[in-house]
Design a protein around this ligand. Sequence first.
Ligand SMILES: *Cc1c(COP(=O)(O)O)cnc(C)c1O
Length: 355
Amino acid sequence: MINVTKTFLPPQEEYNAVLKRAWDAGWITNRGALVLELEEKLKAYLKVPNIIAMTNGTLPLQIAIKALGLTGEIITTPFSYVATTSSIVWEGCTPVFVDIHPEYLTIDETKIEAAITPKTTGILATHVFGNPCDVETIEKIAHKHNLKVIYDAAHCFGVTYKGKSIFEYGDVSTCSFHATKLFHTGEGGALFTKDREFQKKLFYHHNFGHKGNEDFQGLGVNAKMSELQAAMGLAVLPYIETILEARKRVAELYKNNLGGVSALKLREDTQWNYSYYPVLFENETQLLAIQQLLNKENIFPRRYFYPSLNLLPYADKKPCPISENIASRVLCLPLYHDLSDGVVLKICNIINEEL
Ligand SMILES: *Cc1c(COP(=O)(O)O)cnc(C)c1O
């Protein structure tokens, strides 16, 4: 069976060798040596000044909303994974959806100002499939209206924009290290901010508010990454270039062999990470026909993102025609490190014959 993605598993003896360090230390959580080492290695690899490793990629979104003091309305994108919207609602705020750009698939920055009301406190946007939002325009709008900016950068491991890590943009950026993401710790995630003082606040929020063993600095939750998760990250990280190269090969094979469908348009000056291979069909009927043909061959691409998040049961359902239209006809094709050329070409043939 060919799925949309496949988790990269390092050689088991290498994972065991890292785990042994936790056994030897008798220490498996509470920011032990492995988490600290993973953070240092990620800072060096990603060239970012700060990182807090966390237990998944959703809690960092909630912690960012809480720590920035966002209340009332948060402007957000309808074209993302459900965690972007659910985090806003979970934190007691109201998501206000702004439609997306039809080619970049990120929030349409030209429509943000019209959605600002006296209740708006922030913007939570997603760099979709690793494609950056128009971060410059969003920063200007945020500055003008005194809004905070959070980027859901769950798809962005290794992405750079204008020569620097995409995680450096916004007041806070988050990433996911879930097993389906290109760098992973099984479950895991991280939070990034350039502001060292603010980083301290984010830090205590992720660890119950602890300041030492007996003192509390404020409200917190438990979002700590465990040593067992960090061990996976430390075993996967040496392979990251190999993973990226392999994914690039698959993505280029798709690009060279899929004539008639449109793929993601990358923002200029982006060094992309080949995190997903989305294709846009003409309409949902065509998508469903192709999906069925692929399924018959035991190939399971994914309708990602579908549905448009403004249609969630707990969202306001105000129309976002572009996002709804894109969601109805986008399919993410299988893309992972050891996907064979033969399978990629077979997928391309099936699609090309139906167009
Ligand atoms: C994967 C993902 C998340 C959630 O990350 P978890 O680590 O699964 O909690 C959030 N946003 C986007 C866009 C994602 O793709």
